[in-house]
Design a protein around this ligand. Sequence first.
Ligand code: TRP
Length: 454
Amino acid sequence: MNKPRETFGSRTGMLLAMAGSAIGLGNIWRFPYMMGKNGGAAFILIYIIMLVVLCLPVMVSEYLIGRRGGSNPFSSFDRLAPGSKWRWIGFLAVLASACILSFYCVVGGWSVKYLADSCILAFSDSQGDYALSFGTFISNPWKPLLYTLIFLGLTGAIIVFGVRKGIERMSKVMITMLFVIIVMVVIRSLTLPGAMEGVKYMFVPDFSKVTAGTVVSAMGQAFFSLSIGCGCILTYASYVKKEENILASSAWISFFDTLFAIIAGLAIIPAVYAIAYMNGLEPDVSAGPGLVFITLPGVFSQMPLGSAAAILFFLALLLAAVTSAISLMEVVVAFIIEEMHRSRKKAVLLCFAVCGVVGVFCSLSFGPLSDFKLFSLSVFDFFDYITSNIMLPVGGMLLAVFAGWRLKRANYLDELTNGGKVRIPRWLALTIYYLVKLVAPVGISLIFLNCLFS
Ligand code: TRP
């Protein structure tokens, strides 16, 4: 138990692990659609403002709390504010991570299944289950459960190896592969006839589509996409060495995440447009499972080199989902190891068991349990709703309040500049501090109230 705490081995490894947490299903199936619906380049502009004004300061604070606290969320808060109630925010973060993981692994399971099927389709004459509709698959009483558990098992298998050999090594490999693959899919997608209409849909700025709702959606999307508010960044930051530059790291991660979201859009939207025009149909780019698991397989089946593109795309989806899932699982695992004094292996097994059971219920809510409702939502939607709309914004806001009001200003600035070793202009450091102290709590309360009442 008294082994020194693990750290990331290199700066690149740390950045790629955090970028891996941020880059996930949120980038692939939500961002491109949101961008198209909310006025293209106009949305990107608002998204970037939200990112810089609200999310980056919160991310910097979460990073800072994790590194200064040097422990899981619960203990990190406890060390920075000994004996106070603040550590229960840390506990809320652990709980939120477990809840997110429980429904995230269901969708992760679907990507395992679609990857397997697109391989079967490409390498044999059999249609496999591919011919089955998405709806038939997810409502099957046992198949999706199996895939959910395979995905969760895969995540656990990486985490068992620890921070350096598991998380860092796999994130490096997977995120590098992910970028290479997605660029290949982008090239295929953009070279289809008619693809430019899709590019226009994404980028042409249309300020008439910008409303108050757009601003709120941009904030919500930025929070989810950057993995802030539930201890993922905090936990990873607790494995970061004291000489890293917190501000520069946070800025890089946000940049990578946004870049990837735009690239993922270029892989998907133009292809959907090209194939729709070929068939004389209106392109359907609605977000979520429909786009990725129904529209895209149809698109791939109709384009030249489509079976290769399908394999690459679903592999990319799986890689993106796994690197995010490991960050969620690590929050829970670090908590179990440090607070319940269990070995890493036992912690992973416990997390697998608990999230597996909840995950199975989430998955069943598309089939046999579809009539079972919690507050009139299916189990899957319930977990999605309480985490994205309640736990994350509350977590993010409390984090900002803690960093801005409970930590001393001198300590905040000291940690941000590594005791003066990192040269950050004083005005910039102070701007960040006041964004955290004043702007973030108010801004986040606004999203929160909006989500709650709409
Ligand atoms: N950011 C990831 C995505 O875009 C999902 C994710 C991982 C997440 N960890 C998180 C979302 C923590 C919110 C909070 O898919």
